[in-house]
Design a protein around this ligand. Structure first.
Ligand code: CP
Length: 309
């Protein structure tokens, strides 16, 4: 497989063998001696264009890049750029096409990453476009699942919280539908159910999925419990947010009868949906999950620029 020059916009553009290839390369890079990998991005410049706040995606790409010998340009605050003076997204992207070798972009508008890929000839990596997709999060989620369960096929996985506006669960559900014998449980309030365009795709691919409202209906059955934050910033009507804010809080007493191999994952940031008392249990995996973002993003940057093949 050859990823040189490719865009990473949506998991729906990917085949299972391409995802598995990226996961294998992530493991390869994670196990590479530090000095050996320190030149994989030598001479390369990554543009990090963040129109929305981020800790993990932005700074794990930055760390991934620096540790491979590359450099970073870009912005985290559009008010310090000429976008503030009215420059268009198209013209802005054309500038970073000149300045860099790969663009990582997070934007609040759904479809913006696809648009960016049509504006420039260098690779675009979607760091999250509105409530749509977050493909690099999904790759690190799959890498994490494979690492903590030894496989992805055959697992039962619960996705909980804001399934309407959460782009991580949209991307992850689509990607999991490429694996065999997967059972998905969607836990959300009625107003934040998984959108039809995802459930229709799952039906087309004959994936077993169940929708429910309560954590305790499901948690004892699953290998992975993937919790998400209610995405307050995406609600058009803040009174609707107030109705569901804090609706799920995973606590130690939810874990009494869970499977021994259960891992609790969360893309982070968390607000209050996983109680801190869970952090020190053997089930908590969300900080390791975030750490897995480094080798996965290192693999992506190296594959797109030809540092590894
Ligand atoms: N998981 C994730 O996308 O986190 P950030 O918003 O901090 O990048």
């Amino acid at each position: 497989l050859n990823f040189i020059g490719k865009d990473i916009i949506s998991v729906n553009d990917m085949l299972r063998n391409e995802i598995d290839f990226i996961l294998e390369k992530s493991e390869f890079i994670e196990n590479m001696p530090v000095l050996e990998k320190s030149n994989l991005l030598k001479g390369k410049i990554i543009a990090s264009l963040f129109f929305e706040p981020s800790t993990r995606t932005k700074d794990s790409f930055t760390t991934a890049c620096y540790r491979l010998g590359g450099s970073i340009t870009g912005f985290t605050d559009t008010s310090s750029t000429s976008l503030k003076k009215g420059e268009t997204l198209f013209d802005t992207l054309k500038m970073y096409e000149i300045y860099s070798d790969v663009i990582v972009m997070r934007h609040n508008i759904e479809g913006s990453a696809r648009f960016a890929s049509e504006c420039v000839d260098i690779p675009i990596i979607n760091g999250g476009d509105g409530a749509n997709q977050h493909p690099t999060q999904t790759l690190l989620d799959l890498y994490s699942i494979k690492k903590n369960q030894g496989k992805i096929d055959g697992l039962s996985i619960a996705l909980a919280g804001d399934l309407k506006y959460g782009r991580t669960v949209h991307s992850l559900a689509c990607a999991l539908s490429l694996y065999k014998d997967i059972t998905l449980y969607f836990i959300s309030p009625e107003s934040l159910k998984m959108p039809d365009f995802i459930t229709e795709l799952l039906k087309e691919r004959n994936i077993n999925f169940f929708e429910c409202n309560e954590i305790n209906d499901v948690i004892d059955k699953v290998d992975i419990f993937y919790m998400t934050r209610i995405q307050g910033e995406r609600f058009p009507d803040k009174t609707e947010y107030e109705k569901v804010k804090g609706i799920y809080i995973l606590e130690k007493n939810n874990l009494i009868n869970v499977k021994e191999n259960l891992k609790i994952m969360h893309p982070l940031p968390r607000i209050d949906e996983i109680s801190k008392e869970i952090d020190n249990t053997p089930y908590a995996y969300y900080f390791e999950q975030a750490a897995n973002g480094i080798p996965v993003r290192q693999a992506l940057l190296s594959l797109l620029t030809g540092g590894i093949k």
